[in-house]
Write a protein that binds this ligand. Structure first.
Ligand SMILES: C[C@](O)(CO)[C@H](O)COP(=O)(O)OP(=O)(O)OC[C@H]1O[C@@H](n2ccc(N)nc2=O)[C@H](O)[C@@H]1O
Ligand SMILES: Nc1ncnc2c1ncn2[C@@H]1O[C@H](COP(=O)(O)OP(=O)(O)OP(=O)(O)O)[C@@H](O)[C@H]1O
Length: 300
């Protein structure tokens, strides 16, 4: 293989259609019963064989580390350690997923790096091993490999695909400032001291997804971290109220926030709502869901 070969993998953002959070376990992580859906905002990650690990962005993005702290480098090191190999790569990330927005952008980069390096070096890592390595990197990373719609249990790392016959449009309202996931979970513990030990699996949401009923999905959207995120970011309340007034099928905080989403059944309604928001100076974009998980787009 010539050293200039590279592989580009595209990995999606996620939303949690349902995020049920329990009280913290002895290891500090929270048990979850969540339904992930991959949505059409993407990071593209290109990996090339190199003498040392490095990471670059195609355009500067505030808040993304460009050293060993980048989760993509951690993913590469975890994969080579798994195989007992002394290899390294140059990793170039084209970020389309908001940073620290609760849409698992870093997790997408980790998943893309695992898949890209596996293909670049023809490591033939089994799916089970890739998912296991992904789970050691972060709770949301296994889902970024799987994509579509999936039930997440454990601390979010155990993913089981579920039938989803919906095809909806998310109006994604971007925030200029991120929110720290650990800080939101810490505040959740303060305001929800009686959270369950095992949060229940949301059966009605699973039925609505299987039925392809976007209106019912919109009614059932739920996120236990929402009150904690609202406390930490009171400015979200006004945007949330405005989104509700545009009469979408439902409104949701993405994961630990601060990205807010409105679900529309029709793309034309979503476009009208996006244009109205843009006129008010609020940054937003549209994303379809569900979409595929991490996948190779280029061998060059
Ligand atoms: C909010 C969600 O995005 C919902 O899917 C995830 O739970 C967060 O997933 P993530 O960003 O991949 O999180 P990780 O990198 O695994 O953990 C970051 C930090 O979030 C908190 N954390 C995360 C997941 C979890 N089930 N319980 C937690 O308390 C912990 O403080 C942890 O140290
Ligand atoms: N490749 C990466 N892209 C973005 N952030 C990264 C990356 N690697 C490390 N980080 C660090 O991780 C933090 C969280 O980034 P990320 O964009 O994944 O947040 P998030 O979308 O809120 O995550 P989640 O939804 O999984 O909780 C960033 O503030 C940054 O310090």
């Amino acid at each position: 293989m010539p050293p200039s070969w590279s592989v580009t993998v595209r990995a999606p953002a996620k939303v949690n259609l349902h995020l049920g959070v329990g009280r913290p376990r002895p290891d500090g992580l929270h048990p979850l019963a969540t339904i992930y859906q991959a949505v059409g905002l993407y990071d593209d990650v290109t990996v090339t064989d190199a003498d040392d690990w490095s990471v670059e962005l195609t355009e500067p993005v505030a808040g993304v580390p460009l050293d060993e702290d980048n989760i993509a480098v951690r993913a590469g090191r975890a994969l080579t350690a798994h195989h007992g190999l002394d290899l390294a790569a140059r990793i170039v990330i084209d970020k389309g997923i908001p940073v620290a927005g609760g849409m698992a952008g870093g997790s997408a980069d980790a998943a893309a790096t695992l898949l890209g390096l596996d293909r670049l070096w023809d490591l033939q890592t089994s799916d089970d091993d890739l998912l296991q390595i992904a789970g050691t990197l972060g709770s949301d990373v296994p889902f970024a490999l799987v994509g579509g719609t999936a039930l997440g249990t454990g601390h979010g790392q155990l993913v089981t695909p579920v039938p989803d016959a919906t095809s909806g449009w998310w109006l994604v309202v971007l925030s200029d400032e991120g929110l720290s996931t650990p800080a939101v979970y810490r505040h959740f513990d303060v305001i929800e001291p009686d959270a369950p030990i095992d949060p229940p699996v949301p059966e009605p949401m699973l039925e609505a997804l299987a039925d392809g009923d976007v209106v019912a999905v919109g009614d059932l959207l739920a996120n236990d971290l929402w009150p904690a995120a609202r406390d930490l970011r009171p400015d979200l309340v006004e945007v949330e109220a405005y989104l509700r007034a545009t009469t979408p099928e439902g409104v949701l905080l993405s994961g630990s926030g601060p990205t807010l989403l409105a679900l529309h059944e029709n793309v034309s309604d979503a476009r009208v709502a996006a244009e109205l928001l843009n006129q008010r100076g609020v940054r937003c974009t549209l994303a379809p869901g569900p979409v595929a998980g991490a996948h190779v787009v280029t061998y060059a």
